[in-house]
Design a protein around this ligand. Structure first.
Ligand SMILES: C[S@@+](CC[C@H](N)C(=O)[O-])C[C@H]1O[C@@H](n2cnc3c(N)ncnc32)[C@H](O)[C@@H]1O
Length: 223
């Protein structure tokens, strides 16, 4: 394993600390037998793998990041889940699934790409009637987002907030530990150094405005 791959796996482990919230959101849905799930902006699939553990559904996981998808493909293969999980390299703005294809659409940390309201409106057509949309997004404009949910054609089933303490303790602290461990190994690896610096900036920004580091998980049902 290269040092870059080591850092990426370490970061997946950091991300996995937040999977308890993926589980919490999933448990707020009614039980669906073999649900068809679309994960929009899946990255390397850390939370998508959690979804696969939580149900016996078929999962399509979409992202534009080729490297992340390659890593995710390897995880799917290793877990023996190729019969019910597949990745798709496609932009969320170019999704062309047949209408009403999915029981659940899942989006963690990705709806910002199109915007909360546009995501809700555009993705509704891919959901079956009474299908579910779960969106984990930054908390900004919470009241406005809560109002948009019904005007975009969904009922809000529930929502919960991950506050700045969660983000600090479950994400920033372990990420800082990983950075500190890996930094001495990146002297001759400019790609890894750039990645480590990007992650360090994320933590440094948190320290400047910790109150902005809040996120909300919305659990919605298509009307
Ligand atoms: C913050 S990451 C979240 C990844 C994953 N959902 C998670 O929770 O760990 C945002 C993801 O959105 C993806 N992304 C950005 N623009 C995209 C687009 N136009 N279409 C699909 N995915 C996109 C990025 O490549 C990245 O993997």
């Amino acid at each position: 394993m290269t040092t870059l791959e080591k850092f990426e796996s370490g970061k997946d482990l950091v991300r996995a600390r937040l999977c308890k919230f993926t589980k919490k959101a999933f448990k707020l849905l009614p039980r669906i037998d073999r649900p068809a799930i679309l994960d929009v902006g899946c990255g390397s699939g850390v939370s998508t793998m959690e979804l696969a553990k939580l149900c016996d559904g078929r999962i399509v996981a979409l992202d534009i990041d080729e490297r992340a998808l390659a890593r995710f493909d390897a995880k799917i293969k290793k877990a023996g889940l190729s019969h019910r999980m597949r990745t798709l390299r496609r932009s969320m703005v170019d999704m062309d699934f047949p209408e009403q294809s999915f029981d659940i659409i899942w989006s963690e940390g990705s709806i910002y790409v199109v915007g909360f309201e546009k995501g809700l409106r555009d993705w509704a057509r891919f959901l079956k009637p009474n299908g579910f949309l779960v969106v984990h997004d930054e908390t900004g404009n919470l009241q406005e987002k809560l109002r948009k949910i019904s005007s975009c054609g969904y009922d809000l089933i529930d929502y919960f907030i991950l506050d700045q303490d969660v983000w600090w303790n479950e994400y920033c602290v372990p990420l800082q530990k990983l950075i500190d461990e890996m930094r001495p190994q990146c002297a001759n690896d400019p790609e890894l150094l750039a990645l480590i610096d990007r992650n360090q900036r994320e933590i440094d920004m948190f320290k400047v405005t910790p109150e902005q580091y809040h996120s909300t998980c919305f659990i919605m049902r298509k009307q």
